[in-house]
Design a protein around this ligand. Structure first.
Ligand code: SF4
Length: 163
């Protein structure tokens, strides 16, 4: 019964992974840190697995893959759980300021709409509208934004602001 329950939640996580992509980098790193310090970690010739999960030793159940799956939990609750909302935005406008010597730019992104791409259809249904406007005073960072480029935007509550 426990195996079936685990298999069901694992399949749900795989589905979510396919639909919505990886967890943010910081979350994967937190999970990795927890597993590397955990006595339930098992290294084999084929990969890195969790003894507690009792998953078959397949590439999909390798911990390095599981760390990337957003809907997966550690069976001992050693992975921090934080609520997060992911949206998908597209760069619609880039304003430059010719009189600014530091290359100041304002980037305007809008939530993706239903353009026939299945992933965008799902995001458009979940977050039908939204605008992000950000002014950046750092050319290497602002150069990442190109007109029409799409971005995942993750909203993660801050547990406690840094002092
Ligand atoms: S998933 Fe949880 S129980 Fe398994 S190795 Fe990682 S921290 Fe340990």
């Amino acid at each position: 019964m426990l195996f079936l329950k685990n298999a069901k939640s694992f399949l749900r996580a795989v589905w979510s992974f396919v639909r919505y992509g990886d967890v943010p980098l910081w979350q994967g790193a937190e999970r990795e840190e927890a597993c590397l310090a955990c006595p339930e970690l098992k290294l084999t010739q084929t990969g890195m697995f969790c003894k507690k999960c009792r998953c078959p030793h397949w590439p999909l159940s390798d911990l390095r893959t599981k760390w990337r799956m957003r809907d997966l939990r550690c069976p001992l609750n050693k992975w921090k759980r934080r609520k997060m909302v992911r949206a998908k935005f597209r760069v619609n406008n880039i304003r430059t300021y010719t009189d600014d010597p530091n290359g100041l730019k304002t980037i305007v992104l809008h939530a993706v709409y239903d353009d026939g791409i299945p992933e965008n259809q799902r995001f458009a249904q979940a977050t039908p509208s939204g605008t992000v406007e950000i002014t950046i005073n750092n050319p290497p960072a602002s150069d990442v934004f190109k007109h029409g480029q799409e971005f995942y935007v993750d909203f993660t509550p801050v547990e406690k602001s840094a002092e």
